[in-house]
Design a protein around this ligand. Structure first.
Ligand code: AMP
Ligand code: AMP
Length: 350
């Protein structure tokens, strides 16, 4: 147990606990999953963004804040009083910031130390390389660009602001025009292939690694450029961008499952050498699969990703394993429920 954790409640009754998260990203399935597994659910919403959480009836309670900076000790006390277990998701980390997350006193599902490894590009790369994954080449110096690259500015939330270049000059032109003052960016080899996001779940309670589902993203304007003729694309001088708008379900070739299982297992194995309890709960390997069926992994998300949202009623893969509709949100709640019932709460908290 870390020093930031409160004293754990002794109850082994799941209904004495509340699953809490910020109202955004994948909160609908997280909250519904909690209710399906017999726990209570609570959404923390910024005023004016509560509509979906009210309308779909997934939250037993909604707590409002004016700004995310209002997440303070008083709010945490409210959560602790309710035996709340907080579930991090993409917006949660984006709005709270890593520092605040690591200092939270309230019970938190997942390993906080892993945030350092996924948010620092160098550390993330070390982790994935050690796990034997194939990664896109990285260009440390823009002058070395000798093939198409994708340029990612730090904090380019949801893919907004990425751009493609194929020469040092082209890189400089776009950078100077769009990001004259920004110097925190990564230049990656652009892998030609299809994006596949693989959603995993590693349970500390069962010890098993599961593949929950796969998705691809619906990105603006990358997914719309093909709707006009090549000449029109050139005439309009469109720069490709990757602003995430939604997620589309994918089922992959069955023969590729073996490799994805091995990739997930190796990433978990290495994470245990890197920090404490290692990676557990939901995570995602963000990959591009080439025409030769090589799988390049360009990023890991060490938490639930929004690409699991199409599967609130379960995916084709979870349908094979479970006799109830098993979303990733519900899988989290089940892990927590089993931990509570077996008196193993400490094992799933970071
Ligand atoms: P939002 O609350 O929708 O503004 O999202 C906040 C952050 O969460 C974004 O900047 C993204 O990094 C991430 N995010 C939200 N929705 C998605 C999605 N469907 N896929 C991937 N990332 C997302
Ligand atoms: P991200 O926000 O990092 O998940 O990436 C946004 C999008 O950029 C992905 O959905 C991919 O379509 C694309 N992308 C990211 N990295 C690469 C890469 N190295 N090669 C090709 N496409 C990439």
């Amino acid at each position: 147990m870390t020093k930031n954790q409160p004293i754990l409640p002794a109850s082994t009754n799941p209904s004495d606990f509340v699953i809490a998260t910020i109202g955004s990203h994948s909160a609908l399935q997280i909250l519904k999953g909690a209710k399906d597994e017999g726990l209570k659910s609570l959404a923390i919403c910024k005023k004016g963004s509560e509509r979906a959480y009210e309308s779909y009836g997934v939250a037993d309670e909604i707590i409002f804040v004016d700004e995310w900076s209002d997440w303070n000790e008083q709010l945490e006390e409210e959560l602790i009083k309710r035996n709340a277990i907080v579930i991090p998701h993409g917006s949660f980390i984006a709005y709270m910031g890593h520092d605040r997350v690591s200092k939270m006193q309230v019970m938190y599902y997942g390993t906080k130390e892993i945030l350092k490894w996924e948010s620092d590009r160098t550390l993330e790369r070390q982790w994935l390389e050690k796990a034997g994954l194939q990664l896109p080449r990285v260009f440390e110096n823009p002058a070395d660009i000798d093939k198409p690259v994708i340029v990612k500015f730090h904090g380019a939330g949801g893919g907004f602001g990425y751009f493609i270049a194929k020469t040092p000059e082209q890189f400089q032109e776009v950078k100077d025009r769009k990001y004259p003052k920004e110097n925190d960016f990564a230049i990656q080899e652009y892998i030609v292939g299809v994006p596949i996001y693989a959603h995993f779940f590693q349970s500390p309670i069962t010890g098993e690694l599961e593949i929950m589902s796969f998705d691809k993203r619906y990105e603006s304007n990358a997914d719309s450029i093909g709707r006009i003729r090549a000449e029109d694309q050139l005439a309009a001088n469109i720069h490709t961008s990757y602003t995430i708008v939604g997620n589309i379900p994918v089922v992959i070739r069955e023969s590729m499952l073996q490799e994805f299982f091995e990739m997930g297992e190796n990433v978990v194995k290495v994470s245990r050498e890197l920090c404490g309890k290692g990676l557990f709960g939901p995570f995602c390997l963000e990959c591009i699969v080439t025409r030769k069926l090589e799988i390049f992994c360009f990023e890991i998300s060490a938490r639930i990703v929004a690409g699991t949202n199409p599967y609130i009623e379960g995916s084709p893969y979870t349908a094979l394993k479970y006799d109830v509709p098993m979303s990733t949100g519900r899988r989290i709640a089940r892990d927590i429920k089993q931990a509570i019932e077996q008196g193993r709460l400490e094992e799933i908290l970071g």
